[in-house]
Write a protein that binds this ligand. Structure first.
Ligand code: G3D
Ligand code: MG
Length: 188
């Protein structure tokens, strides 16, 4: 291989491109979180595919005193999760996952376990994961109390964020944290 080609290969490997899946029950706010995160940004794009939307986001993070570009390919199941034939390509090769529930609906919280188990079934037990309780603007309708979220977060070994795709609270933070976790995991 020529010196020039070696450089190309090296660059491709240092691009920090990660596939991140966003999973959870219907209507918990997965698409809304992605839209909130990406539409403020100039470099976002929606890539429609069959049953799946992929949003590409480039983030600059400062980690351990170093500025690093992280490319997130965020995968969002469009349509109904009961289309199980979509699951394999969706889960396959993911580097990170967001597990999203709606703090106002208890069933979406208990189903996080099922979503996580599906991911494990596809070999994703070791990837960085972030648990997300969305819709905290609806605090007066909250069904899931903090000790429960803490328990699940410890059980899944996932950091926990409470967000609102409506107001935007903590939305940037959860994506930024994912970028950091990915970098820390895959750049040893
Ligand atoms: P999904 O992609 O997980 O299926 P969506 O969920 O992003 O499509 O959101 C489902 C519904 O919840 C939408 O309402 C959306 O506006 C609402 N929603 C999403 N996030 C929040 C939030 O943080 N706060 C509040 N109050 N609502 C939220 P509609 O009425 O359009 O179906
Ligand atoms: Mg959706």
């Amino acid at each position: 291989m020529s010196e020039e080609n070696k450089d190309v290969v090296f660059q491709a490997k240092t691009e920090n491109i990660y596939k991140v899946i966003v999973i959870g029950d219907p209507a918990v706010g997965k698409t809304s979180l992605l839209t909130k995160f990406s539409t403020k940004k100039f470099n976002s794009q929606y890539l429609p595919t069959v049953g799946v939307n992929i949003v590409k986001e480039v983030m600059d993070i400062n980690i351990q005193g170093k500025n690093t570009k992280i490319n997130l390919m965020l995968w969002d199941i469009a349509g109904q999760p009961q289309f199980y034939m979509l699951h394999k390509p969706y889960f396959n090769g993911a580097d990170g996952m967001f597990l999203v529930f709606d703090i106002t609906r208890a069933s979406t919280f208990s189903n996080v376990n099922n979503w996580y188990n599906s991911a494990v079934k596809y070999g994703l037990s070791g990837i960085p994961r972030v648990l997300v309780g969305n819709k905290i603007d609806l605090e007066d309708q909250r069904k899931i109390i903090k000790p429960h979220t803490q328990h699940l977060s410890e059980k899944l070994n996932a950091e926990y964020f409470e967000t609102s795709a409506k107001t935007g609270v903590n939305v940037d933070k959860m994506f930024r944290r994912m970028a950091e976790l990915l970098y820390l995991k895959y750049n040893k």
